[in-house]
Ligand binder design. Structure first.
Ligand code: DGL
Length: 245
């Protein structure tokens, strides 16, 4: 099965990593829109038109399934992808998976950490309130993080300062489950753990892989096939992400 994985940049590689670990014998195409990252500060119509261009470009590769490994795109443009991928090609976003990752831990409170566009969409709050009415939901946009991660500043002292600024208001309000609702954030999971010691940190990758498992007829481990990488600006891929390739 050929699975296309999309993100605005290198964030979706954290989801791809889990997919390759669980299903090494599948064929993967990774599409990162590194020429246009970050999507988080952009308007919904800008996000949607970039997603349409990316979807049409991925469609040429005729994938059997598509994973929108970007919360910002999943929040605002799932219908754009499903319009482009007709003919029964399943399109999986990360938002439902993120919601499941929180609910499976049955917490009293949840903290959504995401881009400004994802928080603005209100999609996590809405779905969580529908599915767990008594759950306390806190939200925090962290707009500087994606540019810093794309810049390769994953161990930079500035990162700790920025995280402290965003997370200080939530630090002592745990315990609860904090969702890394941006696929870039697992690249700096350890820094999140240090900044939020009272919170259990989760992401959506495992739940996305569970969804893909249902599509696969054959899940016995096969020989790993090299990933087909496509970046709209290959020179913008930071050094640390090359290790995964
Ligand atoms: N990885 C994307 C997400 O999950 C980052 C969006 C951005 O480019 O700002 O939201």
């Amino acid at each position: 099965m050929k699975i296309a994985v999309f993100d605005s940049g290198i964030g979706g590689m954290t989801v791809l990593d889990e997919l390759r670990r669980r299903f090494p014998g599948q064929q993967y195409l990774y599409f990162g829109d590194t020429a246009n990252v970050p999507y988080g500060p952009k308007s919904p119509s800008q996000i949607r038109s970039l997603c349409r261009i990316a979807a049409e470009s991925m469609k040429i590769a005729s994938p059997d399934a598509v994973v929108i490994a970007c919360n910002t795109a999943s929040s605002w443009a799932m219908d754009v992808f499903t319009e482009v991928f007709t003919d029964g090609v399943p399109v999986h976003g990360v938002v439902e998976a993120g919601v499941q990752s929180i609910l499976s831990a049955a917490p009293e409170r949840a903290l959504i950490l995401a881009t400004r566009a994802t928080i603005r969409s209100g999609i996590y709050r809405k779905l969580l309130q529908q599915q767990a009415p008594g759950l306390e939901v806190r939200e925090q946009a962290c707009p500087l993080l994606v540019p810093m991660i794309e810049e390769g500043w994953i161990r930079h002292p500035a990162l700790e300062l920025v995280l402290d600024e965003y997370l200080r208001p939530h630090r002592d309000s745990g315990p609860g489950v904090a969702l890394l609702a941006c696929t870039h954030y697992p690249w700096i999971r350890e820094a999140f753990k240090r900044a939020l010691p009272n919170w259990r940190i989760v992401d959506s990758a495992t739940a996305v892989a569970d969804g893909i498992q249902l599509l696969l007829k054959e899940t016995t481990p096969g020989e790993a096939i090299p990933v087909e990488w496509r970046f709209t600006d290959p020179d913008a891929v930071p050094e640390f992400a090359h290790g995964m390739r």
